[in-house]
Design a protein around this ligand. Structure first.
Ligand code: 5RP
Length: 230
């Protein structure tokens, strides 16, 4: 008899979504590998199948997982551009805007997503929301002047900002900012990007998301972005 704990429905859904996304990866592709417990299964599926691909990892732990499974991982500069990137998300709204960074990897994740011609997102149903904001917005901040940076974030409407333990893979500080419901993600993203020392925020705008694979109790559905051709 196995003494492994039974897996939750959410964990099973994450595996389904993650594995389904691996089907989009073909021989010869340069592939961006996201971070988190859902895209974990994409990486596992690729490790099982071992297509002839070159990967870029969005975090040290993804790098470790992918190489341990025999996948070839190079740095972003060595690869230059990607055919496809696959990553998880913490929230997805109706316009396919995302909050990412629950794992603190959003700076590298954004670089890798922007390197890619196609960006696919894998989530379980609990991540789909009408409007972003309940999760709290991850922020990566340069340790030089965090108080100054966070004052400017508060001036944009953040009600509370909580510091996370530890540092990002880039040796920066990590925070979660509570903006309440985010009515205009593009406007908030633009204002945050104007703050020096705020290395990255976790808003990813829907205009770069090709599709979202959402796993629920009835299997995986795909939300395709009509504004982004695959
Ligand atoms: C890491 C991320 C993750 O993709 C996001 O937190 C979702 O993670 P999970 O699939 O474990 O729910 O943005 O920085």
């Amino acid at each position: 008899m196995s003494d492994a704990a039974p897996r939750s429905r959410q964990d099973q859904a994450k595996e389904q979504a993650g594995r389904q996304a691996a089907r989009y990866v073909e021989d010869g592709m340069r592939v961006g590998l996201g971070t988190g417990s859902t895209v974990h299964w994409t990486i596992v599926a690729l490790g099982e199948r071992r297509p002839d691909i070159t990967c870029v990892a969005t975090s040290l732990r993804t790098h470790e997982l992918a190489t341990s499974l025999g996948l070839s991982v190079l740095s972003p500069d060595e690869v230059g551009a990607l055919e496809i990137a696959i990553d998880g998300a913490d929230e997805v709204d109706a316009e396919l805007n995302l909050i990412k960074g629950g794992g603190g990897a959003h700076l590298r994740e954004k670089i890798v997503a922007q390197m890619s011609a196609r960006f696919l997102v894998v989530v379980d149903e609990s991540k789909v929301v009408e409007r972003l904001g309940a999760f709290g917005l991850p922020l990566e901040v340069l340790p030089f002047a965090p108080g100054v940076v966070l004052d400017r974030v508060r001036a944009l409407g953040a009600r509370e900002i909580a510091r996370r333990e530890g540092l990002s893979d880039n040796q920066n500080l990590l925070f979660d900012a509570d903006f309440g419901t985010i009515d205009d993600p593009a406007a908030l993203a633009a204002r945050l990007e104007a703050i020096p020392g705020l290395m990255e925020h976790g808003l990813f705008l829907g205009d770069q998301v090709e599709r979202v694979l959402v796993a629920g109790t009835d299997g995986v559905r795909e939300i395709v972005n009509p504004r982004v051709s695959g």
